[in-house]
Design a protein around this ligand. Structure first.
Ligand SMILES: Cc1cc2nc3c(=O)[nH]c(=O)nc-3n(C[C@H](O)[C@H](O)[C@H](O)COP(=O)(O)O)c2cc1C
Length: 261
């Protein structure tokens, strides 16, 4: 599927990505909110749900679900997740169209393991393996999101996962041009196609070194200049408050500025 087709795919039908958090001290909640923003890069509409007050039956209508949940006490759910977990264990097999993945926070991560098993017992499809993040959760959680979100973005309106789209979906999210083979009279010729769905992109190489004072968060993604899959900062910069987000490649130093009008 070409970039044009990916753009069409992400613009059709329901594109909701439901992100549920179980959190006692805010770590899981903070991740859920960051990923809600990230979802737009994959043509998804992120919707964050506090587990407290969430109706488990409503999950049956959700085709894309991420859960991020910590563990407290002695292997217990955080307070805001207890009631929902109890209702989930008796909800029955209602998740026939639900694709899910779990991010577990904690040193033993029992709650995340419990959610993983329970959603499977409810008939859900594990689209990406659970991660058990331990106490230093930022990097493993980020890596998990980078694996889970492109897959969830390749779930169509009916809940069917289209695995052949995943690599192009990652490129789409990173703003990389996709090689599109074109059939010519003499035979196939490779060309490239600009990505029409990226918002108001101005590519500006910045040569001078700058301190990393961004207020956003960090992630790995492909650099649009050198192509390296490397560490970037995302988020608004105090030096450029009109620009959001900025991407700064830690490989070649290229900064891509996306101006949001
Ligand atoms: C008092 C306390 C008890 C904890 N108990 C557990 C536990 O039983 N098992 C576990 O895996 N992690 C445990 N943790 C680690 C938390 O799950 C971890 O700090 C997590 O990042 C908290 O995320 P949250 O802010 O989203 O709740 C505990 C942390 C604290 C401070």
């Amino acid at each position: 599927m070409s970039e044009t087709d990916i753009s069409k795919f992400v613009s059709e039908g329901n594109r909701d990505l439901h992100i549920l958090f179980g959190s006692q001290s805010g770590n899981s909640e903070g991740l859920a909110e960051a990923w809600e923003q990230e979802a737009t890069r994959y043509g998804l509409k992120g919707k964050v749900h506090d587990m407290d007050g969430f109706d488990i039956k409503s999950m049956a209508e959700m085709s894309r679900v991420m859960i991020v949940c910590s563990t407290w006490g002695e292997g217990e759910m955080p307070d805001n997740a207890e009631d929902l977990y109890e209702s989930a264990t008796s909800a029955g097999s209602i998740l026939s169209k639900t694709n899910f993945s779990i991010c577990a926070l904690g040193d033993f991560c029992q709650s995340g393991k419990d959610w993983d098993k329970t959603l499977e017992d409810m008939g859900g499809s594990r689209i990406h393996d659970r991660v058990d993040c331990d106490v230093d959760f930022e990097m493993p959680a980020e890596e998990w999101m980078k694996g889970a979100m492109p897959k969830l973005a390749c779930v169509d309106d009916s809940g069917k996962f289209l695995p052949d789209l995943v690599e192009n979906m990652k490129a789409h999210a990173a703003g990389i041009e996709i090689e599109v083979p074109v059939e010519a009279a003499e035979g196939p010729v490779a060309t490239t196609q600009a990505i029409p769905s990226m918002p108001q992109v101005a590519l500006t190489p910045v040569m001078e070194q700058r301190a990393h004072a961004y207020t956003g968060y960090k992630q790995n993604s492909y650099c649009v200049k050198c192509g390296k899959y490397t560490f970037h900062w995302h988020g608004s910069s105090p030096n450029n408050p009109d620009l959001y987000p900025n991407y700064e490649c830690k490989g070649c130093g290229f900064i891509r500025k996306i101006k949001i009008s």
